[in-house]
Design a protein around this ligand. Structure first.
Ligand SMILES: *Cc1c(COP(=O)(O)O)cnc(C)c1O
Length: 371
């Protein structure tokens, strides 16, 4: 699905010497590389505070801790996403409330979101799935009306731009009260291990979060709140400092591959290609098609048989996962997710796809449809 080595080849010299430099510096934790990366990401995102941490799941958990959410508070998120989003809600003894998504964008459905609000609702977690932003203007309106926090899960959409109705723009993850991301190697901005970050423009929240990632310490060995140990290490920060200036070009390369796919499938009624909302750019963490009148699982296998990696993101809706079943859910409330799990297929998407590979992938898909 991704070609991490191909990408590394192009920056190998710089990466190798930088990693060696960090090793020789012996500043492995909270070293200058981490601080510099934090500042550079703040500039890139145009956000006041970036708080680096150990991974994207921690980022979500710490964001929820920092907002002071309490056991029993309800947190609404999308049914169609990676489990990390709902996992941390449950782990903190908050009550996850899953809602359906939109068929065309895979992102949270605003009507379903409104229907799920109760007096206990305290926060909404829109997930910018596959690389494009959820309808944030609508999410913010709902949040304002019901006095809810907004936590953006930006693990799949770092670098995406959101345009408001008044023409102003913000980066994904800097729109709500707090945003989170992951630097897992296969994400759009990936390091060579685990990594994550939290973003916010709220000075007070940023201060709270900075202590929380470090055992709840605001002064060394004074623990004012219960915190966690969640750090981005210096080697990962050094890798990210080399890759951050390349992020926009990585996003453009992904967009070009997406355009190739979409053009190749345009004449095929059996395939719905990704639809991009007019308020967001798409950074194509995944290129996900929906098939119609096609045996999706057979197509999945056919591509594998031809040496083409491809994946079903996601095969089981979260509301049906054993860990997250809830008697309050009605199947009728998840019609879109229940359909998507049977029709979606994600094709190879990374920064190293060339026309020859794209031609092989698209013709293998089309040959299967027309045989
Ligand atoms: C990858 C991912 C996460 C978790 O990130 P990790 O760094 O793997 O913990 C959270 N949410 C979404 C939507 C993701 O894709």
């Amino acid at each position: 699905m991704v070609d991490l080595l191909g990408q590394y080849d192009k920056i190998q010299k710089e990466i190798d010497s930088k990693i060696l430099e960090v090793v020789k510096s012996a500043a492995y934790i909270n070293g200058p590389e981490v601080h510099s990366f934090q500042k550079e990401l703040e500039t890139y995102l145009n956000v006041k505070h970036v708080i680096p941490c150990a991974n994207g799941t921690d980022a979500l958990q710490i964001a929820m801790m920092g907002l002071g959410l309490k056991p029993g508070d309800e947190v609404i998120t999308a049914d169609f996403t990676f489990a990390a989003t709902v996992e941390v809600i449950a782990l903190l003894h908050l009550t996850p409330v899953l809602v359906d998504v939109e068929k065309d964008t895979f992102n949270i459905n605003i009507e379903s979101l409104k229907k799920a609000i109760t007096p206990k609702t305290k926060a909404i977690v829109p997930v910018h799935l596959f690389g494009q932003c959820a309808n944030m203007e609508a999410v913010l309106e709902v949040a304002k009306e019901f006095n809810l926090f907004v936590i953006e899960d930006t693990a799949q959409a770092i670098g995406a731009d959101y345009t408001f109705k008044d023409g102003s723009k913000k980066k994904a993850g800097t729109i709500g009260n707090v945003g989170t991301t992951s630097f897992f190697p296969s994400k759009n901005l990936g390091c060579y291990g685990d990594g994550g970050a939290i973003f916010t423009n709220d000075d007070e929240l940023a201060h709270t979060l900075r202590g929380m990632v470090n055992h709840g310490m605001y002064k060394r060995y004074y623990h004012d709140v219960v915190g966690v140990n969640s750090r981005l290490d210096s080697i990962q920060a050094a890798v990210l400092r080399i890759k951050l200036p390349l992020l926009n070009s990585y996003c453009n390369t992904r967009r070009k591959a997406a355009e190739y796919y979409t053009k190749a499938f345009s004449a095929t009624e059996n395939i719905t290609t990704p639809i991009i909302s007019n308020f967001t750019t798409h950074v194509f963490h995944q290129y996900t098609i929906q098939v119609k009148n096609v045996d999706r699982n057979a197509l999945h296998q056919h591509l594998l048989d031809n040496g083409i990696p491809n994946a079903i993101y996601y095969p089981v809706p979260l509301h049906s996962q054993k860990a997250y079943v809830d008697a309050r859910y009605k199947e009728d409330d998840f019609n879109v997710t229940n359909e998507l799990i049977n029709t979606v297929l994600s094709l190879p998407m990374h920064t190293e796809l060339d026309d020859e590979q794209l031609d092989f992938i698209t013709s293998t898909v089309l040959n299967f449809l027309h045989k």
